[in-house]
Design a protein around this ligand. Structure first.
Ligand SMILES: Nc1nc2c(ncn2[C@@H]2O[C@H](COP(=O)(O)OP(=O)(O)OP(=O)(O)O)[C@@H](O)[C@H]2O)c(=O)[nH]1
Length: 509
């Protein structure tokens, strides 16, 4: 039972949609063969040959269906249709002989066959078509005995002429449709190429970006360069507080700060599934704003990609879904990467660079000094005095507070290019990679006047707030005074001398 049922089903499954050429030629071919059948019947009636001519003529009615099935069932439907066109030539060659070489029919039908084959296969297929038509025509004539009746009458001529005109116009119409289809698919391919190019661009931008702001800014700039007809913006809002826009970037869109804020708060109220696009503006005509949601793809943010476009069609919608995918993945990767980098480079308690990062930066400075032009660098080492006492009297939490307060205040004194790190428990260090060798002395001076002796309020785990004074021992050195490898230990030595001196002064005081 199952077997019987499955047989026609399998046969049906193997009939796929044939190549567009087979579909396009079905109509004109059916018309041509039915028209030739009509001609055959007419001639049979005129010459009185009756069913002797009409019966084989019925075969002509079957051929368009057989040709279509052949193309539909073939693995390579296009090649099958090319073969069909050649078979048309052979069949019509034979038929011209069957119709005793009636000139008007032989000429118009032959021409149609040659032209069809030349259109799909150039001169080579034209040659093949001519050979098959002529071969069929002469071969059948040789088999059946040549009979010539080149002219039949005005009526048949008009019938054949009208058929030829209709056929050639039908063919021209089909070719026009094919050209339009090809034009559309070229435009579609070009659009897809631009999308692929933009996606590759986004990947490269994501790799280069050092933070989320540059990632979003550069991504949108590239998108706008690839699609200048659209304007783009992106908004990332905190999951927990959607009214807070954490990152925003715009390219090719003119949004003032107020409009940006308004858009941000509008999006905060929207809840759309991932990658779905909504219309934001309700202008009666002209360009509109659309927003595609990144909801669920970012661990800490809600996101929206905004586009300014004249209308939202299927191509734009699927393009936006792809861009949203790429942007969300790039942002999430960058966030993860930045977090890992921070964990690897930063000190957990103070948030300053850690010793590992400082040593790597120092190593680069040492190498920089060894290579031309031999850039100099300097180091300032500092140690918090009396931390042990704070720990012992008020506990480690209080000691931690003293360390973090000193770290914050030191940070406030440093420039962006200075590398401030927590070197050890209560030791801090600043690397000045700029070659400005007066920098450490000026920095030490600033620290003495602005930090030394300042009050620091700490809250012990138990008991009331206490106030301690910030006191720092310092020592600096530069690569002009000693070899590059020795700079840090010279600064350390000087810091130790400073500490000893301060202890002695303290003891005397
Ligand atoms: N609370 C706290 N204490 C720390 C931390 N790291 C190191 N310490 C403590 O800091 C102290 C550093 O020792 P010292 O440098 O001898 O202490 P000090 O009291 O600053 O002594 P001088 O530098 O000679 O003035 C030790 O008691 C360490 O246990 C930390 O992360 N938190």
């Amino acid at each position: 039972m199952l077997k019987i049922k499955s047989l026609p089903l399998r046969a049906l499954q193997s009939v796929k949609r044939p190549h567009r050429l087979a579909l396009a030629t079905l109509g004109p071919r059916a018309f041509a063969f039915w028209h030739t059948f009509g001609l055959t019947v007419w001639i049979a009636l005129v010459e009185g040959s009756g069913w002797a001519l009409i019966l084989p003529g019925l075969l002509l009615l079957l051929w368009p269906g057989v040709a279509y099935a052949h193309a539909a069932l073939a693995i390579d439907s296009k090649r099958a249709e090319f073969r069909n066109l050649l078979f048309d030539s052979l069949l019509y060659g034979i038929w011209s002989s069957v119709l005793d070489y009636y000139v008007w029919a032989t000429l118009t039908i032959g021409l149609a066959c040659f032209m069809n084959n030349m259109v799909v296969g150039g001169l080579r297929r034209l040659g093949l078509s001519v050979a098959l038509f002529t071969g069929g025509s002469l071969g059948w004539g040789a088999l059946t005995g040549f009979e010539f009746r080149p002219y039949l009458g005005v009526g048949v001529d008009i019938y054949q002429g009208a058929g030829a005109v209709i056929y050639f116009f039908a063919l021209a119409y089909v070719m026009h449709g094919q050209n339009r289809m090809i034009g559309h698919s070229i435009a579609e391919t070009q659009y897809k190429n631009r999308v692929i190019h933009a996606l590759l661009d986004l990947g490269a931008v994501a790799n280069r970006a050092s933070n989320i702001n540059t990632l979003l800014d550069d991504s949108l700039k590239h998108l706008h360069a690839d699609f200048p007809e659209y304007g783009f913006a992106v908004f990332l809002q905190l999951h927990q507080r959607r009214e807070v826009t954490r990152y925003a970037a715009v390219a090719g869109l003119h949004l003032g700060p107020e409009e940006e804020r308004r858009l941000g708060s509008l999006l905060a109220r929207q809840h759309e599934p991932y990658a779905s696009t909504i219309k934001l503006s309700e202008k009666p005509e002209g360009e509109q704003l659309y927003a595609t949601s990144m909801t669920g793809r970012l661990s800490r943010y809600e996101g929206w990609l905004i586009v300014r476009a004249p209308r939202l069609d299927a191509a734009l919608e699927s393009m936006l879904a792809l861009f949203v995918d790429q942007l969300a993945a790039a942002t999430e990767n960058k966030l993860l990467h930045l977090e890992l980098k921070k964990t690897a480079e930063r000190d957990g308690l103070t948030g300053l660079y850690n010793r590992g990062f400082f040593e790597a930066a120092l190593q680069l400075s040492i190498e920089g000094k060894a290579q031309p032009p031999g850039l100099d660098f300097a180091v300032l080492m500092m140690d918090v005095d009396g931390l042990k006492e704070v720990n012992d009297r008020y506990g480690h939490v209080a000691g931690d507070q003293l360390i973090t307060t000193v770290a914050e205040r030191l940070s406030g004194q440093c420039r962006e290019e200075d590398i401030l790190a927590r070197y050890g428990g209560d030791e801090f260090v600043i690397l000045f990679p700029s070659g400005d060798l007066s920098a450490p002395n000026r920095m030490a001076e600033r620290i003495r006047t602005r930090l030394e002796g300042q009050r620091c309020v700490i809250t012990p785990a138990l008991g009331k707030n206490v106030v301690v004074e910030v006191r720092l021992s310092m020592g600096s050195a530069s690569s002009t005074e000693t070899s590059a490898q020795e700079v840090l230990s010279l600064a350390d030595k000087r810091m130790y001398h400073d500490k000893t001196r301060r202890h002695q002064q303290g003891a005397r005081g």
